[in-house]
Design a protein around this ligand. Structure first.
Ligand SMILES: *Cc1c(COP(=O)(O)O)cnc(C)c1O
Length: 370
């Protein structure tokens, strides 16, 4: 397939960004940032204007997820990857168990395994394209789940495993899920994510919804005197978040754009609206792949097929790499598969900001090229 094929303009989506992160930022949010810039960007993060924006972020998150009583929203710098390291210091007391079924879930396991002050973590593994489930085990004080495994396009159900210790924590990586998949936060203790996926903002922050049990753990580890690097210290993050601040300077544009997306979600009906958009896109894309002679959803079980990240396999007659390159040449970006998965596949984000009509247009463009 030559990259000189031009897709007719009337087939093209209105926005060509289908990447899994950083992902599409709505133009309206960027315009609002430009309008607010003279009084906001380049101003002190210890003054009321920015404190208000950070406070709004915490409140908007609380509203979107209908936070149960006593839950608190913590914010820190560095994104979800830094949160894994923070968790090895401030959440895991002794040993964690990890459901590992792809690249991201395996990285938190690796962070815990490498921490010299922790016991050997337990791994419950499943092959790429499906998920494992946590199960009660002696001496485990953190159960690590991944709501959506972005590398494979698998979503997993969230529930507190039966028979686990009363003070054990269920800690969920929701980086690509938060805002795009339904969730009942009462079932989990920590639901953490970063804003460059469903929140349609830029990267560099982590946000964690923490239950009273999780707050208690953070306080107890702090009281134990365990050494923690200050920038990864969840006790310090807790103190600062309660004052609508971060320990060090946050990216002001990232905070602002996340609030724009959250307001857009909340003003249109909240989590039911935003997860509904992703569900609609998923129905369109998987429906198209199921009906197509050369395409198949990579995830075999329809219940495990993610509503926010679709992975679509192609048969040998189609060169998915060339397909992605030709789409790219036509302004349709970032549908390449996760590199380490190494399949003849396209991976497509279906985050709430992405218009289901554009997912439909994408299928028409692929059909045209095939
Ligand atoms: C993107 C992603 C991460 C990494 O997020 P960063 O903010 O880049 O650290 C972690 N987990 C999942 C599931 C992701 O999709």
């Amino acid at each position: 397939m030559s990259d000189t094929i031009r897709i007719p303009t009337d087939l093209l989506p209105s926005d060509g960004r289908f990447g899994c992160g950083p992902s599409k930022i709505r133009p309206e949010a960027v315009a609002a940032l430009a309008a607010a810039a003279p009084q906001y960007l380049g101003t002190s993060h210890r003054q009321p204007t920015v404190l208000f924006e950070v406070g709004a972020l915490r409140n908007n998150i609380a509203e979107l997820f209908s936070l149960p009583d006593g839950y608190e929203v913590l914010i820190g710098n560095g994104g979800s990857t830094y949160f894994w390291d923070a968790a090895t210091f401030g959440l895991i007391r002794e040993r964690s168990q990890h459901c590992v079924f792809g690249e991201f879930s395996s990285k938190f396991f690796a962070a815990s395994a490498a921490a010299p002050h922790l016991g050997e973590p337990s791994k419950v593994e499943a092959p790429a394209g499906t998920h494992s489930l946590p199960s009660a085990e002696d001496d485990i004080d953190v159960y690590a789940l991944t709501h959506n495994e972005t590398s494979t396009g698998v979503m997993m159900p969230l529930a507190r495993p039966s028979g686990i210790a009363d003070d054990a924590l269920v800690v969920v990586d929701a980086t690509s899920a938060a805002g795009g998949l339904p969730v009942d936060l009462a079932a989990v203790d920590v639901y953490y994510f970063a804003p460059q996926k469903c929140l349609a903002s830029d990267g560099g922050l982590w946000i964690a919804c923490c239950s009273p049990r999780a707050i208690e753990r953070i306080e107890a580890i702090r009281a134990s005197g365990r050494w923690q690097p200050a920038a990864l210290d969840l006790g310090i993050a807790l103190d600062n978040s309660r004052k609508d601040q971060t320990y060090n300077t946050p990216a002001l544009a990232t905070v602002f754009l996340a609030n724009q997306q959250l307001r857009w979600m909340l003003d249109n009906g909240g989590l039911a609206f935003s997860t509904g958009r992703s569900a609609q896109s998923a129905e369109i894309l998987y429906g198209w792949a199921d009906a197509h002679a050369s395409a198949t959803p990579f995830v075999a079980d329809p219940a495990e097929r993610s509503h926010v990240v679709a992975t679509i396999d192609f048969d040998d007659a189609v060169d998915a790499k060339a397909l992605a390159a030709t789409l790219r040449a036509n302004g349709i970006l970032d549908v390449e598969p996760y590199r380490k998965l190494g399949r003849n596949q396209l991976r497509v984000a279906m985050f709430p900001a992405i218009d289901p009509a554009d997912i439909e247009a994408l299928t028409r463009c692929i059909d045209y090229l095939l």
